[in-house]
Ligand binder design. Structure first.
Ligand SMILES: O=c1ccn([C@@H]2O[C@H](COP(=O)(O)O)[C@@H](O)[C@H]2O)c(=O)[nH]1
Length: 243
């Protein structure tokens, strides 16, 4: 199997809250421990770009994964990607199910906006099949068959559209690493240390298993943020990677 990209610390913590001060407190406490922070729909719906700057805008702060999962017609998604470019996220995502033209429009918009602003373009990745879905769920959406097959189809489409990688579950990381090669970003939520509750995630592994399977980044939210001591929980997650 090809060697996956090496990151000094692949753990991105999901700061899922609508409380600005809570997000800022988590970011302060966790930035020294994790490799990056992820802000998603709950936070963005409450606080928008101003809130993102307040949590992750500091010079020299941890890399930001802006997880807004854009999914619309190409013109609208391109506009959304341009609109978030001034936030200088390290990673931005769209839904692969939006199709090749939508993803290519997002890619072009990200490159053009970064050039105009004089910033490094974000890594642009596509969500394949949400980690909260299993095969039975997927069938109810009109996609019968193995989850991995649909993930592989959407991942191939994303790379063909010029994207840098995908969001997948750790269950598909090994097959996608083989399909897409060593440089693709494979960002895996659905990561649960043995001591954490699974919650609504259905396709999960431990952090060490996800990394061993070929994930380049691990997204971990509630096992860290809902712990009594989030920084200690983050240190446990990072330590688990060494096993
Ligand atoms: O398929 C996906 C895509 C995105 N997510 C996001 O990751 C985190 C996971 O949080 P946990 O608390 O560790 O479950 C969350 O922000 C999701 O929106 C995902 O879980 N699955």
């Amino acid at each position: 199997m090809p060697t996956p990209p090496v990151f000094p610390n692949p753990v991105f913590v999901a700061l899922d809250t609508a409380d600005l001060e809570q997000a800022r407190a988590w970011a302060r406490a966790l930035a020294p421990v994790v490799g990056g922070v992820k802000l998603g729909l709950e936070f963005f719906a409450a606080h928008g770009a101003t809130g993102v700057r307040a949590v992750a805008g500091a010079e020299g702060g941890p890399p930001l994964f802006l997880d807004l999962k854009f999914h619309d017609i190409p013109n609208t998604v391109a506009g959304a990607v341009r609109a978030v470019a001034p936030l200088a996220p390290a990673i931005v995502n769209v839904h692969a199910a939006g199709g090749r033209a939508m993803m290519a429009a997002a890619r072009d918009a990200a490159t053009e906006a970064a050039d105009r602003l004089g910033v490094t373009p974000p890594k642009l990745i596509a969500v394949t099949v949400l980690t909260s879905l299993d095969a039975a769920d997927l069938t109810t959406t009109g996609v019968p068959g193995a989850v991995a097959d649909q993930v592989r189809r959407l991942a191939a489409l994303a790379v063909a559209a010029g994207l840098d990688g995908v969001v997948c579950s750790p269950h598909e990381a090994a097959v996608l690493r083989a399909d897409l090669g060593p440089d693709a970003l494979l960002v895996t939520p659905g990561v649960r240390p043995a001591w954490a509750a699974t919650g609504d995630q259905k396709r999960v592994t431990t952090p060490a298993e996800a990394l061993a399977a070929g994930a380049s980044h691990l997204v971990v939210g509630r096992p860290i943020t809902q712990a009594d001591d989030p920084a200690a929980a983050a240190r446990r997650v990072v330590a688990d990677l060494a096993t």
